[in-house]
Design a protein around this ligand. Structure first.
Ligand SMILES: Cc1cc2nc3c(=O)[nH]c(=O)nc-3n(C[C@H](O)[C@H](O)[C@H](O)COP(=O)(O)OP(=O)(O)OC[C@H]3O[C@@H](n4cnc5c(N)ncnc54)[C@H](O)[C@@H]3O)c2cc1C
Length: 378
């Protein structure tokens, strides 16, 4: 594995860092406070190619590799975890999936719109009874003339507040679980889709997470891939998404580390900066080491994904290691800042809340451990 970034990767990273610093960072506290989906920030991100990073340029994307994508997500998460995860959903769970599996007509209608940010996308897999057990889909899609009638309830659909289209998973063969699920691309202005409650969440506030009541009819050409083959598509998308969530977690973790270092150098107790105390130095040293170790796993997973569209175990390892390292980083930063961090509205407090979701969405830490163990043939 090459640890040197190419000139192209470096320049993409630098443009994402500039965007994060100049556009995202000044908005981060307001997004968290209001919980309102930041449509204008997403539009600005789209103008830099950040809504379709790996999609070829002639299809509206930035034409970059997977590592470049993760570099950008880490840079943006350093400023706002919410904007970063919204971009992960847009890229990994929607536009990459549509480009990978859509029929020619769906491809022609949606890929460019999604990659340029003209349309935002959402991914509707979770249901009240289908969380970690995502194959337990109660939403059904029943043949209806030349199309399908999809009926059910989806929960925690990120981006749904602003999205124009969603990938909706439904059972087309009840009882067959993962062998009987299909993926449909459904415009959210289709009659019969009702956005119900918006999640009032602990962190990543402003992600536009809505529940959806679905009772719609769509044409058979809205199936992604083939009928009953939707579950492997969901897993394919989530595999890429997990690499990017690792990057998001690392951005949050690095922001926490920066907060801890800056505070340790300026806060004085017993007549000296607390950075001079070994107890503080060790917390910071451990944090830096754990984040760097997780970054190596993330780079490895991104490199494998780019080379061979593979790396199931590596993407789970990257997400598991990065989200847990970032959680510890936010916790240690809180300890280093102590009361200054515990104050509502402090950056450390926002990071402490935001980081927690990375161990839950796109598969919990337990789900990642299950995938890793299964692939070790346990
Ligand atoms: C902020 C946020 C955004 C989200 N965005 C989306 C989205 O855009 N689209 C979407 O479809 N979903 C989304 N989700 C849902 C998310 O994917 C689920 O929350 C996640 O998969 C876990 O499901 P659950 O919350 O129902 O937990 P459960 O599955 O009920 O799990 C509860 C606990 O039991 C553990 N557990 C479950 N099964 C096992 C087992 N077999 N062995 C060991 N432990 C187990 C879990 O790890 C967890 O600790 C989002 C969630 C959040 C919080």
């Amino acid at each position: 594995m090459d640890f040197d970034l190419s000139q192209e990767q470096k320049s993409f990273q630098q443009s994402a860092e500039r965007f994060a610093r100049e556009v995202v960072e000044p908005r981060a506290a307001g997004i968290d406070e209001s919980g309102v989906f930041p449509r204008d920030v997403m539009q600005a991100a789209a103008s830099l190619g950040l809504c379709g990073v790996t999609i070829p340029v002639d299809r509206g994307g930035a034409g970059r590799d997977y590592l470049s994508y993760t570099l950008a997500i880490e840079a943006i998460a350093h400023a706002s975890a919410t904007v970063a995860v919204s971009l992960v959903v847009t890229n990994s769970l929607v536009v990459e999936l549509v480009a990978h599996a859509a029929s020619n007509s769906l491809h022609a209608t949606w890929v460019k719109k999604l990659a340029t940010g003209e349309a935002l996308g959402a991914f509707a897999l979770s249901e009240p009874a289908a969380g970690t057990d995502a194959a337990n889909q109660q939403t059904t899609a029943v043949r209806d003339g030349d199309g399908y009638r999809i009926k059910g309830r989806k929960v925690w659909v990120a981006n749904a507040e602003a999205a124009a289209v969603a990938v909706v998973f439904a059972s087309t063969q009840p009882g067959a679980r993962r062998d009987g699920i299909s993926a449909f691309l459904v415009p959210l202005d289709t009659a019969g889709i009702v956005r119900t409650s918006r999640a009032d969440s602990l962190g990543v506030r402003g992600l536009g997470c809505m529940d959806l009541d679905v009772d719609v009819r769509v044409g058979a050409d809205h199936v992604l891939g083939s009928v009953n083959a939707g579950f492997p598509l969901a897993m394919w998308a989530l595999q890429g998404g997990r690499v990017a969530i690792a990057a998001q977690a690392l951005g949050i973790g690095r922001a926490a580390l920066d907060q801890a270092v800056a505070h340790a150098k300026t806060r004085e107790q017993f007549g000296r900066p607390i950075a001079r105390f070994e107890a503080i130095q060790w917390m910071i040293a451990d944090t830096a080491t754990e984040l760097d170790a997780a970054r190596m796993l993330m780079w490895k997973a991104a490199t494998i994904k780019q080379r061979s569209d593979d790396g199931l175990i590596e993407s789970s390892m990257a997400k598991l290691a990065a989200s847990e390292a970032a959680h510890r980083a936010a916790d240690k930063a809180m300890q280093v800042l102590a009361s200054a961090g515990y104050r509502r509205g402090s950056v450390a407090e926002r990071l402490f809340r935001d980081v927690r979701a990375a161990e839950i969405y796109q598969g919990t830490s337990e789900a990642q451990r299950m995938i890793i163990a299964k692939n070790l043939r346990m």
